[in-house]
Design a protein around this ligand. Sequence first.
Ligand code: PLP
Length: 423
Amino acid sequence: MGEIVSVDRPARHSTGLEPLRAQFPVLAQAVNGAPLAYLDNAATTQTPLPVQDAMRRFEQHDRANIHRGVHALSQRATDAFEQARNDLKRFVGAGAEHELVFTSGTTEALNLVAHGLSTSGAAPAVIQPGDEIIVSGLEHHANLVPWQQAARRRGATLRILRPDAQGRLHPEDLAQLLTPRTRVFAVTACANATGERPPFEALLALAAEAGAFTVLDAAQSVAHAVPGLSALDCDFMAFSGHKMYGPMGTGVLVGRRGALERLEPLRYGGDMVAWVSATEASFAELPLRLEGGTPNVSGAVGLAAAAAFIDQTGRALIDAHLSALRAHAAAGLAGLPGVTVLSAETGASAIVSFVAEGVHPHDIGTLLDEQGIAVRTGHHCAQPLLDHLGLGPTTRASFALYNTHAEVERLLAGVSHARKLLR
Ligand code: PLP
């Protein structure tokens, strides 16, 4: 691959991405009479042919249940699943001290952590009455609501690390909130509503130093700026397959083995037990302990293929491309009268969120859709952040490695047209 280098040129009519785009057949269609410009990648990215092929190969040749079969297909399926686990560990820079658990997505992974730390099993729950949980104010509801529930369940206090008026987080503010009772600190690596990239390395380090379990939501960064796990003070990191060119209904919880061992399982049943009597059971070792039931095996194979696709394309090239698209879009939108771009002057990447004075985002989104441009409108499952910034619902365009500067120009023209029409 490597054609993505074309984006280094600011040429607006660059066609160098075509070989890459050809890997994504869904993009080659017209919507409402115009070529599709798919700019809703923060919600879900498209999958390339190599990911679809890997899953089809598994389904056509190796499909069987894993871990409990002596026959050849079961063994091949088990090998494929465990190979996917190892490939994904490598992808996120996991070391010998880390383990990786397959989940159905970021939401399940974060619920597993919040539930697992706040539920008693053979050992008392980690979170005790009077303890404190700190969650950043940039979070998707998936990294907030499970902590609200955990705090409620245990009689703990939930504190919010508030962003400033530009939507930025500051380590000195976290330092003020940390106490000896802080059990958990949870933060995103990239805010889905604004694209803001907080200084999560410093924040996690501060929280770990204070003795808290640290949780990183990597759902929005893993497709273009994969956090390197071994370099972080991170106990738990979560991400979703469908946001990194992989299959829907797949995801990962990866973290320190010692921290994962503290989690009470979310799902009890087959595959996660060591022995079972009529009245009692003991649980298997990690990672199976946290993977009760039959997993999405072809999904895991597809997810590993997606990670390989990212690496073959080039992580740094993808990141540079997405930053260039974001900068182009943010500058163009900010130049339109009455338009405010969120996180306009920060190191945001891949996502541009904006509001237009006097025009409802839903109407902008509908008019853009009429021109074949797919964006997302609303609160983006981050209502407390948008309320805090005083902006309400927004229109959000989000980019992937196959998007072009020509599509950004179409977005800008579409928003300008919508503004004139709707005001
Ligand atoms: N965290 C962030 C930052 C997200 O953007 C999302 C989805 O948009 C999620 C968590 C939830 O991901 P999923 O729906 O794949 O579980």
